[in-house]
Design a protein around this ligand. Structure first.
Ligand SMILES: [Ca+2]
Ligand SMILES: [Ca+2]
Length: 110
């Protein structure tokens, strides 16, 4: 069951198509990723901290038509993305996270 309207489904399918194209075009992906990274690395220290990740996570959920997540859910995802457990998500770690999210998004049924 989902509660999307036909218009929303159309928008999501278009977004999925775009995401799929991005995943298959390394150059386009890198450009888009840089844009996303700059947008969420608010303090420009080259890492995504927990507060910055929270914003990313909730932006992602709302753009997928979902409610924003509880803090524990976001924290769990943050810890998973922080592969070397240094308390911050580096640019490389964040790239893997964004790729994984895009892949999940493309595979999602609407
Ligand atoms: Ca930062
Ligand atoms: Ca890290």
């Amino acid at each position: 069951m989902n509660s999307f309207t036909p218009d929303q489904i159309k928008v999501i399918k278009e977004a999925q198509h775009e995401a799929d194209k991005l995943l298959n075009d390394k150059k386009a992906f890198e450009a888009k990723f840089d844009e996303i990274f700059k947008k969420f690395d608010k303090n420009k220290d080259g890492n995504i901290g927990l507060a910055e990740y929270l914003q990313f996570f909730n932006t992602m959920l709302s753009s997928a038509g979902k409610k924003t997540a509880d803090l524990p859910v976001a924290m769990l995802n943050f810890e998973r993305a922080d592969k070397n457990n240094d308390g911050e998500i580096s640019k490389e770690e964040f790239k893997k996270e964004v790729q994984k999210r895009l892949q999940e998004f493309v595979r999602r049924k609407v």
